[in-house]
Write a protein that binds this ligand. Structure first.
Ligand SMILES: CC(C)(COP(=O)(O)OP(=O)(O)OC[C@H]1O[C@@H](n2cnc3c(N)ncnc32)[C@H](O)[C@@H]1OP(=O)(O)O)[C@@H](O)C(=O)NCCC(=O)NCCS
Length: 148
């Protein structure tokens, strides 16, 4: 997918990125951008690295990764694509770019987790190659992508 890229969040784009929204039934699967920025500030020990997702000049999503977290795991912490831009391959392209970032930081595995339920992102991650580890963390299904 061309034109999808990650940009730093600054005073110029913060409000537009915080205004991004998922569908109502998806809210239980991901925190808002504002809440994620607060979590990043509150939990520096988790090494949060976050970016706005752009399609051309338009902010369309948000991603946050631990590079790595306090357990030493490279962990995809938050990912959301605005409801108006879902289903166009943008989420998959963001995962590909995050994999490049994790590799460049020396990671060989990327973890994530999701809350099970109708409309949960499990199939999205499985299609990309993530596999369940068998762990359940705080009710969430833990997945791992091998980067070797
Ligand atoms: C999950 C999410 C990031 C996917 O982004 P997206 O840009 O819509 O996904 P893509 O268009 O790149 O989809 C890639 C593939 O995954 C599939 N897919 C995406 N979301 C899916 C879902 N919830 N259930 C089943 N399949 C899904 C797509 O159909 C596509 O399949 P294909 O390759 O066979 O065509 C986005 O829907 C979102 O923000 N959801 C709400 C928040 C959320 O759940 N975030 C994850 C928190 S753990």
């Amino acid at each position: 997918m061309t034109g999808v890229h990650l940009r730093e969040i600054t005073d110029e784009n913060r409000d537009a990125v915080c205004a991004l929204r998922v569908r109502k039934h998806q809210r239980k699967f991901v925190a808002s951008v504002s809440c994620s920025l607060e979590d990043a500030a509150d939990e520096p020990e988790e090494n949060p690295w976050y970016r706005a997702v752009y399609s051309g000049e338009e902010p369309v999503g948000f991603v946050m990764v631990s590079l790595p977290d306090s357990d030493g795991r490279f962990y995809l912490w938050r990912l959301l694509i605005d409801k108006r831009h879902q289903g166009r391959g943008i989420g998959r392209e963001v995962l590909a770019q995050i994999v490049d970032t994790v590799r460049s930081e020396g990671g060989s595995e990327l973890f994530t987790s999701y809350e099970p339920g109708k409309g949960a992102p499990g199939p999205f991650y499985r299609k990309f190659g993530f596999e369940p580890t068998g762990e359940i963390d705080d009710g969430e299904i833990v997945l791992k992508l091998s980067l070797r």
